[in-house]
Design a protein. Sequence first.
Length: 238
Amino acid sequence: MRNKIRVLCTVCARKGSKGLKNKNVRKLNSIPLITHTILQAKRSKLFNKIVISSDSRKIFEISRNKVDLFINRPESLSRDKVSKLDVIKHALINSEKKLNTKFDIIVDLDATSPLRKISDIKKSLKKFLNSNSSNLISVTKARKNPYYNQIIFKKNKPTLPCALKKNIINRQSAPKVYDLNASIYIWKRKALLTQKKLINHKTSTFLMPNSRSIDIDGILEFKIVEHILKKKLYNLDD
C-alpha cells in the first residue's frame, strides 16, 4: 500500500437489534459475532487504526485490547432509522480528534457480514486506490430482479417495480441487477464528510459471491453462517 496513505477501519455495531436480539455479541462459533470482523481487520494488516463505534457497554468490553479506540455513539445516532453514513462520519471525526491523526481513507466493515474473506478486504481496497472513485461499495448478484420477478402494488394491483418497452420473458433477458451486500464500504475522507448519499456518480463497486454475502439480520441467516463456519466450507483467510 502507498506509504503516505493513512487508512482508518471502522466497525459500527449498536446494542439494539430487532431481527435478532443482541446479535452483535451473540456467540458465533464460540466467539462474539463482532469479534469475527475485528479479527479480519487485524489480520489484513491494512489499517493504521481500527475503531469501534457503539452504544453498548458489552461491545466495549468484548473489543477491549483488540482495537485502537472505542467511540461512544450518542443516542441520536443509535436509533433504527439513522443513516449509517452519519454514524461513520461521527466515528471518523471523533477518531481524528482522539488519535490526533488525519486519515485519508476510511474502510467500514459491517459486523453482520462475517463471511467476507481477508482477500475481499485487500482486493476491494486495492481496486479503490487504483480508481478515481469517491467511494466503493461491495455488491453481489441479486437473486431477484425488479425487471422480471419482483412486484410492487399500485392501487392494490401487482406490477413490476421497473418496466422496459420490450417484454422480458426470462431472467437472463432482464438487465443485470446487484444487491448491496452490507460487507465493505470505502471512502475518501473528503467524500465521506461531504456526501449525503451512499451512491453517486463516482461510486465504484466490488463484486463478491453470494456465498460470502450473507448479512445476518435474523436467526435464519445466523444459523446458515454458523453452519458454514463450523463445517469450514472455505478458508476465510484466503
